[in-house]
Design a protein around this ligand. Structure first.
Ligand SMILES: Cc1cc2nc3c(=O)[nH]c(=O)nc-3n(C[C@H](O)[C@H](O)[C@H](O)COP(=O)(O)O)c2cc1C
Length: 383
């Protein structure tokens, strides 16, 4: 049963919806437009670095935390910091994935700059590598050199790229498209590998699903995600980040108390079971996978993996492919250890797997919220 039908059945939906005013309820509870303004405003700031940044903040990033803080330096440079409060300590205990999200941001920044002829000269972790976790030191310094870059065709895909978590259709991805994806993600010393071969796809579907279950059934990692869920239009518009549960059905479920943070955290609740039931067919519908590997030599290699992922995601958007990182098995919390080892034995080839992503075709999704440029720019004296 679809989530929609299930919610309607559970809350006696027909009657409830009629009481709430049917169509008017649907219209009033459509996904928040306000939370997505940044997608429309990209490219509008007058100052050139702000203009490039207005595209960079559309980058994919873990749990949509958008942890980017930027200090504009002088007339031609900037420094990127990570907002340390926006990390994911339970699922990402060494901040590896958060750094990947910073890499994706830098790649989009660089593509946006190149469109106007500027080369973004990026120095990764200029004050040294923070370990085992990030600290207040800069993630990257960027200087923009005019007239030193040529436009990158990937620019056109920035505004249409999405993470697509829908169930994928039963349509295979042609080998030449997978090759194009692999080529786009094989940059910055990262190698992108793909498979559409049914035996390996079946194994990867299975292991990614078990990773999803493990994260959901580990109370502290599940709580981290639940805390970042934005349930209903008002929360989405207020936060403009995190994992959104939005739209008329979710609103109905929220209003009737069927979905709440408490219920989502309780493995015995209907809401918790529904969450798992909603994701199971999605994992089972993966038609192909792509993954990124590298030597994982220091923080710069994490930034590089994020940069490679951004290019791969843009290429997927250009090719009309749906993609969805399913990366729980790559996370370094103790309960995931055996699945981490299993995935590395399966596809790691002696390297570090940095991203694992399902690929296919699916109904389109709307853009994820963004907090907007002002949320990322540090004022004088802040860092
Ligand atoms: C390093 C990294 C890991 C991610 N892991 C997952 C994941 O395990 N599951 C998932 O649904 N999305 C994952 N995502 C996708 C983000 O949740 C997504 O980029 C974010 O919510 C913003 O949405 P957008 O990509 O549509 O702009 C990941 C993204 C990055 C960069």
């Amino acid at each position: 049963m679809t989530t929609r039908r299930r919610i309607l059945k559970l809350v006696g939906g027909g009657v409830v919806l009629a009481a709430l005013g049917g169509t008017a309820f649907y219209v009033a509870n459509a996904p928040s437009d306000e939370a997505r303004i940044a997608w429309r405003e990209a490219g509008t700031p007058a100052e050139y670095r702000r203009r490039f940044l207005s595209y960079a903040l559309l980058a994919p990033n873990p749990h949509n935390r958008q942890p980017w803080l930027v200090r504009l330096d002088g007339e031609d440079s900037l420094t990127l910091f990570c907002d340390l409060d926006r990390r994911l300590p339970e699922t990402d205990p060494f901040d590896r994935q958060i750094v990947l999200g910073c890499g994706a941001f830098l790649e989009l920044l660089s593509i946006a700059a190149a469109r106007e002829g500027y080369a973004a000269e990026i120095t990764a972790f200029p004050e040294g590598d923070p370990a085992p976790r990030l600290d207040r030191r800069a993630v990257a310094r960027v200087r923009f050199a005019p007239g030193a870059a040529r436009p990158d065709p990937m620019f056109a895909a920035i505004g249409i790229r999405r993470t697509n978590r829908n169930t994928y259709t039963e349509r295979d991805v042609a080998a030449d498209l997978l090759e194009q994806l692999a080529a786009s993600g094989s940059v910055h010393d990262v190698m992108a590998r793909t498979t559409g071969e049914s035996g390996l796809v079946a194994k990867l579907r299975d292991v990614t699903w078990r990773g999803h279950e493990t994260e959901s059934l580990t109370p502290k990692t599940m709580k981290e995600s639940i805390d970042l869920m934005r349930i209903g239009k008002a929360e989405v518009a207020q936060w403009r980040d995190g994992l959104v549960l939005e739209g008329p059905m979710m609103e109905l479920a929220r209003m009737t108390g069927m979905i709440s943070r408490e219920a989502l955290l309780d493995p015995k609740s209907e809401a918790f079971r529904m969450g798992l039931d909603m994701y199971r067919p999605k994992a089972a519908s993966a038609r192909a996978f792509v993954w990124l590997v590298n030597d994982h030599a220091g923080r710069a290699s994490e930034l590089n993996a994020g940069r490679a992922y951004a290019r791969l995601a843009l290429k997927a958007a250009e090719l009309g492919l749906a993609i969805h990182p399913w990366s729980q098995t790559l996370q370094e919390f103790p309960e995931m250890r055996s699945l981490y080892d299993e995935v590395h034995a399966l596809i790691g080839d002696g390297k570090r797997v940095q991203m694992l992503v399902r690929v296919g075709y699916a109904d389109p999704v709307i853009p994820a919220p963004r907090r907007g440029l002002d949320a990322h720019i540090l004022g004088e004296g802040q860092s």
